[in-house]
Design a protein around this ligand. Structure first.
Ligand SMILES: [Fe+2]
Length: 393
């Protein structure tokens, strides 16, 4: 058995812990690049509180607002601002886009060169030589897990793809997870990000690179999302459900960072780069069809491929119990997923302007995505196109 497991230095979890951000930050620097989204902190009434806390702890800051999924030029812009303002610390408070941008800036601040030197697939894929600037990650959504991952996903409009800036140096110094920050998330964002979190756990558990430590996280996280995602969707102030979702998101982040993902994320890397489709929706619209294709292909190899049995376990955790036979359990698990995507009214890909003629090119690019390589089955081009056709509608 061989594996590696990396995490941020410190993970702090619990309701109300956001108030500790000043105390934590003062251990790492004097001037922070504070990266946030446009809305989340305002809606939760925490932005003024944050400014007061930072001032009280003697932390100066320069504010960078992220309003869309990070592109190469936005990351470079933020890194230039951080250098010009002599920032020695990066604090990211927001959803996946905010945390990914902040993480990439922390990496660029202490290293030579430009972002394209380090990006996988579309860039030069160089190794990051020096530790990143100290980075404190505070998620305000539950699902992306970016607060504990070693990669930042960046969009490149030129090649119409998303690719990762990845290095163990990019792991945050502190991940501060306060479920209270997610109470004000609207139902649609709760659903999209929550399903992304569920997919991280499912894909990491069935990845070719799955390992014992992440297996434990996946089991716990999938059960939590199964019992709490629709509750959090229906009532944002359900404290227990929000706590379950925040913890499952963290578990999914640790799992994907150490064990990789699968075909859903392989497709999403291309779709998110080429169409105006939020990451969670791209993943959610593909999930039922990728699961069916994986299960169907693995069923033929069930005697020799132990991953097939893992889909039975996932279905059992989703349902809370096994049914009479393994096949019945898997079928009911797939129904559970379809019912969730129906409840959340996840649109089909056609809704985002994807056309039937685009599918072969999407499939060709998706085959090269890093996540696709960890999928338990290596699909042929026509199989990839067939999955896309079903998700297109
Ligand atoms: Fe994801």
């Amino acid at each position: 058995m061989n594996f590696e497991f990396t995490t941020p230095n410190r993970i702090i979890f619990g309701r109300g812990h956001f108030a500790e951000i000043g105390n934590i930050a003062q251990n790492f620097g004097k001037k922070a690049l504070l990266v946030t989204g446009r809305q989340a902190l305002k809606t939760s009434g925490k932005i003024e509180m944050l400014k007061e806390i930072l001032a009280k702890n003697g932390i100066e800051f320069s504010h960078f607002i992220v309003s869309a999924e990070p592109e190469i030029k936005t990351v470079e812009l933020a890194a230039t601002k951080a250098r010009e303002e002599n920032c020695d610390l990066v604090i990211g408070i927001g959803g996946g886009s905010v945390l990914d941008l902040a993480k990439a800036v922390a990496g660029l601040l202490t290293n030579e060169g430009e972002l394209l030197d380090y990006l996988e697939v579309i860039g030069r894929g160089q190794l990051l030589r020096k530790p990143a600037a100290s980075f404190i990650a505070v998620p305000t959504t539950a699902g992306t897990g970016s607060e504990v991952t070693n990669n930042a996903v960046i969009k490149d409009p030129a090649s119409q793809r998303k690719a990762s800036f990845r290095s163990p140096h990019l792991l945050p110094r502190v991940a501060l997870i306060d479920p209270e920050l997610t109470y004000s998330l609207p139902p649609a964002i709760t659903a999209q990000t929550g399903l992304d979190g569920l997919i991280h756990l499912i894909e990491a558990y069935t990845s070719k690179r799955s390992q014992p430590l992440t297996d434990l996280l996946c089991r716990d996280g999938i059960s939590r999302i199964a019992r709490s995602l629709s509750r959090a969707y229906k009532n944002g102030n359900d404290q227990e459900a929000r706590e379950d979702m925040a913890l499952a998101s963290l578990e999914g982040g640790l799992a994907l960072s150490n064990s990789g993902l699968g075909a859903v994320h392989g497709f999403a890397a291309v779709l998110g780069g080429s169409y105006p489709i939020p990451h969670g929706l791209a993943c959610a619209s593909l999930l039922p069809y990728v699961l069916e294709a994986n299960v169907q292909a693995l069923r033929a190899e069930r005697a020799t491929n132990p991953i097939f049995h893992r889909y039975e376990e996932i279905a059992e955790w989703l349902l809370g119990k096994p049914l009479k036979t393994g096949d019945e359990t898997i079928e009911a698990g797939l129904r559970f997923i379809r019912e969730l995507t129906n409840l959340f009214q996840i649109p089909l890909l056609a809704h985002f302007g994807v056309k039937p003629n685009d599918l072969p090119e999407i499939a060709r690019k998706a085959a090269q995505a890093s996540s696709m390589k960890a999928n338990p089955i290596t699909f042929f081009q026509e199989e990839l196109v067939s999955i896309l056709q079903k998700a297109l509608g």
